[in-house]
Ligand binder design. Structure first.
Ligand SMILES: Nc1ncnc2c1ncn2[C@@H]1O[C@H](COP(=O)(O)OP(=O)(O)OP(=O)(O)O)[C@@H](O)[C@H]1O
Length: 317
């Protein structure tokens, strides 16, 4: 388990992490999301003792990480996959790490196979691709068979097989009762992997809830309807304060209503309905709505007239 209590980090006048409190529970994959510069890496670095908090505290299994006698057995972390001596092979790197904790070579071989590094285990890490480096970082994190795992952007640079592997791995570690805490900017991947989400913006927690309730909390129910007389259907629903958009002559998108009420209104008015589809907000939609006020580094796109337009609505200057 990971617990942060009023955890803060200031760099000069910049508050990177601002009195953040949360718990990552055992048996769950907890996703850690936020825009660039929101404070994710800083929070993770404080959890593993690489940065000292300016205030508050973080514990791993009830104890600050640095106070654990055999930290690799408590928590495995992938924070910066490039933090490996480039002249070492994957095998010698893992053996050196293992030696600090009396971990046998059989476990080194096991994590090499688990991470799919077998064919390159004796090659110098300096020549590794981004994806192979990530695999080695994950192998290192798992070396001590820890009860808690932190993975910062684990799928960065991985091929589709690797992405799927990380997804299955995270889920199976959680199913074994471990705490899995991971960050990713890939929302579709997060939606498939995480049980619970913690969303941070400008150093503060803006959501801490199960994935589905974050999605549900961000939008009223919407239904796509194909009907032969959309105006009659709308007339009947309008009285209930429902808003709708006519997308095509016989295609409507209705907001704020459940499909059953649309079907009932259709029956009452003798309207023929030949499609009735509830529209699910994606995690990406929900995330963008949640963080629209919290984006610090904003991208721009060229409009047809050649002017730069901000791509993030609601950006706070
Ligand atoms: N060593 C440092 N010195 C000064 N400022 C820092 C330092 N490390 C981080 N920051 C600042 O703290 C804020 C949070 O950075 P952090 O790297 O934790 O964000 P992040 O959420 O991990 O972002 P990203 O998604 O881009 O990786 C940023 O504004 C960053 O510029």
């Amino acid at each position: 388990m990971i617990e942060a209590q009023a955890l803060s980090k200031r760099y000069g006048t910049k508050t990177a992490v601002d009195a953040v409190s949360f718990t990552a529970q055992p048996g769950k994959v907890t996703g850690f999301l936020g825009p660039n510069g929101a404070g994710k890496s800083t929070t993770m670095r404080m959890i593993v003792g690489l940065d000292n908090p300016s205030g508050g505290r973080a514990t791993v299994n009830g104890v600050p990480y640095a106070k654990h006698k055999a930290p690799l057995r408590e928590l495995g972390a992938l924070l910066d996959a490039k933090a490996v001596h480039p002249k070492r092979s994957a095998y010698t790197h893992l053996r050196a790490l293992a030696a600090t904790h009396g971990i046998p070579n059989s476990r080194v071989r096991e994590v090499i196979e688990l991470a799919g590094l077998g064919p390159v285990a004796r090659k110098r890490v300096g020549g590794f691709s981004l994806g192979m480096g990530q695999r080695l970082g994950i192998a290192s994190a798992l070396l001590g068979d820890p009860s808690t795992v932190i993975l910062d952007e684990p799928v960065n640079g991985l091929d589709p097989e690797g992405v799927q592997w990380v997804r299955r791995l995270a889920k199976s570690l959680a199913a074994e009762g471990r705490t899995v805490f991971l960050s990713s900017h890939l929302m579709s991947e997060m939606a498939l992997t995480a049980d619970h989400l913690i969303v941070i913006g400008r150093g503060r927690i803006i959501a801490d809830a199960p994935v589905q309730s974050i999605i549900d909390g961000q939008g009223a129910a919407r239904v796509r309807v194909r009907a032969d007389r959309p105006q009659d259907l709308l007339g009947s629903l309008a009285a209930d304060g429902v808003s709708a958009q006519i997308l095509e002559p016989e295609l409507l998108e209705i907001t704020g209503v459940e499909p059953r009420r649309v079907a009932e209104a259709a029956v009452r008015n003798g309207v023929l309905v030949y499609e009735l589809t509830p529209i699910q907000l994606s995690l990406e939609d929900a995330y963008l709505q949640l963080t629209s006020q919290e984006v610090e580094y904003q991208s721009h796109s060229l409009t047809p007239s050649g002017l730069l337009a901000a791509s993030t609505e609601g950006h706070r200057a």
